[in-house]
Design a protein around this ligand. Structure first.
Ligand code: LLP
Length: 462
């Protein structure tokens, strides 16, 4: 067995930082040029479970958790807690795996919260986000005793009423927009002032004053998140300073905010030219900045919380597709189509994002043609990979698209009434089905045909 060429960091100091590797850390090629992950041959997984198939590598997921936790122990002298941003991939298996690594969880809906709790996550280690939390979501949070990330005045009023009725106290992290710009896709910037999330920094004083008078509220800390797929370290360094200053503001108003939650956002390597910092470098930057700011503002060290999503799970995942039709447009391009597309991976069409791919049955074959890999949906923009170099691709070939562990399954749809793929978790040569493939019956499950439309005698087709 040898390591494939898409593990370029193998052997360097950051090799255990999964976010810098294109492929799962356990990827290996055998003497027959076949790609294996988690001790499982990908071709066997495709034969057994069908395609499209999400494959998640347990060792890479655990390495990601350990990279964060160990770096925090090493670089941050105070207490800390990693909260997995489950919007990246929410499932029972993922919640259970994260819990087993001592990682907490960030949920943004009743669904993510229920999944976390059912997966065995301790509710004390869960925070609930959202800019428009429903009454049901807030009640669920109160019932399970999870920390609520307070987002706006409307929610404050709503919570006040709910807690009053129940004579219950709620732990709150106050979310504010720290006014920090970062260079990432426009849709996923949340730290600047024009954001739908969180309080404006100008309002923080008024919020803290009102909560100081609220017996139902325990302000346990502050939260900010500046964006996603970020490769720079400077914004997080700046963020730490802004947030520690705000902690001082909260203390001056009588609160005892022990937690500082700096959000997530560390980027991952989707294509060879991406060069994100290692998890340890990100943690070191944030930790050092928090410690320095605490010294400067004479504040005690808070418990440091962070909310990584993508950098914990993206490169642990890949998607297997089967290649079908091919269309050559002379002088323009060659399309090869796969049996999935924008319904299982909406990122390329939504964010113009890029991925790396290979043919797992012929891993080292020379890449002699440039093709565009299209999905099967009725939409011209349904393209997964633009102009990618691959060995000659033929009908029936297996294609592996890397780094699909984050924001793929969780953003998947049934567009064109295409069932969602199955997902398997691989480890030590074992594959466990963690999400069943949807069936045609599943797709019809929520449809109701009104009596008067039922066709006892269908009209002839004209
Ligand atoms: N915390 C908060 C409050 C967030 O809004 C997010 C992501 C995270 C943590 C996790 O960020 P990460 O570590 O994953 O960058 N669907 C988009 C990404 C949207 C991210 C939304 N918020 C994509 O596929 O690129």
């Amino acid at each position: 067995m040898s390591s494939p060429r898409f593990c370029p960091y193998e052997g360097d100091v950051d090799a255990r930082s999964p976010n810098r590797n294109l492929a799962p850390l356990t990827a290996e090629i055998d003497s027959e040029d076949q790609l294996w992950v988690g001790g499982c041959r990908l071709a066997d997984l495709a034969d057994h479970y069908g395609t499209p198939l999400y494959v998640l590598d347990e060792a890479t997921l655990r390495a990601g958790c350990q990279a964060y936790c160990q770096a925090l122990t090493r670089y941050y002298p105070g207490e800390s807690l990693v909260l997995y941003a489950s919007k990246a991939h929410s499932s029972l298996a993922m919640a259970a795996l994260m819990a087993s690594e001592g990682v907490g969880l960030d949920a943004v809906s009743a669904g993510e919260l229920l999944t976390a709790v059912a997966g065995g996550m301790n509710p004390r280690n869960v925070v609930l986000h959202g800019n428009n939390k429903s009454r049901v979501e807030l009640e669920l949070a109160l019932e399970h005793g999870v920390t609520v990330v307070l987002d706006n005045w409307w929610e404050l009023d709503r919570l006040e009423r709910l807690c009053g009725q129940r004579e219950q106290r709620v732990r709150l992290l106050i979310r504010f927009t720290p006014g920090i710009e970062c260079h990432t896709h426009e849709y996923i910037r949340t730290g600047h002032l024009d954001s739908k999330f969180g309080f404006d920094p100008e309002e923080l004083d008024a919020v803290l004053r009102r909560l100081a008078m609220a017996p139902w509220a325990e302000v346990t800390g502050l939260h900010a998140h500046i964006g996603s797929q970020i490769f720079e370290l400077q914004p997080h360094e700046d963020l730490a300073a802004v947030m520690v200053k705000a902690l001082g503001q909260a203390r001056a108003l009588g609160h005892d905010p022990g937690d500082l939650n700096v959000g997530g956002g560390l980027g991952v390597r989707y294509v060879a030219s991406d060069d994100p910092p290692a998890v340890a470098a990100w943690v070191r930057t944030v930790s050092t900045a928090v410690v320095a700011a605490c010294r400067q503002h004479r504040q005690p060290l808070p418990r440091l919380l962070c909310e990584p999503g993508r950098s914990l799970v993206a490169t642990a995942g890949l998607t297997l597709y089967q290649v079908g039709s091919r269309k050559e447009i002379p002088g323009v391009r060659t399309y090869v189509a796969v049996d999935g597309g924008m319904s299982d991976n909406p990122r390329p069409i939504t964010y113009q994002s890029r991925h790396t791919a290979c043919l797992p049955r012929r891993c080292r074959a020379a890449a002699t043609e440039t093709v565009t890999v299209a999905g099967k949906h009725c939409e011209s923009g349904d393209v997964l990979l633009h102009n990618i170099s691959l060995p000659p691709v033929v009908d029936g070939d297996l294609l592996a698209v890397f780094a699909t562990g984050a924001y793929n399954a969780s953003m998947a749809s049934n567009y064109n009434r295409i069932p969602r793929p199955a997902a398997v978790l691989v480890h030590g040569g074992q594959a466990n089905l963690v999400q069943r493939r949807e069936t045609g019956q599943d797709l019809l499950r929520w449809d109701i045909l009104p009596e008067h439309l039922r066709q006892s005698d269908p009209a002839p087709i004209r």
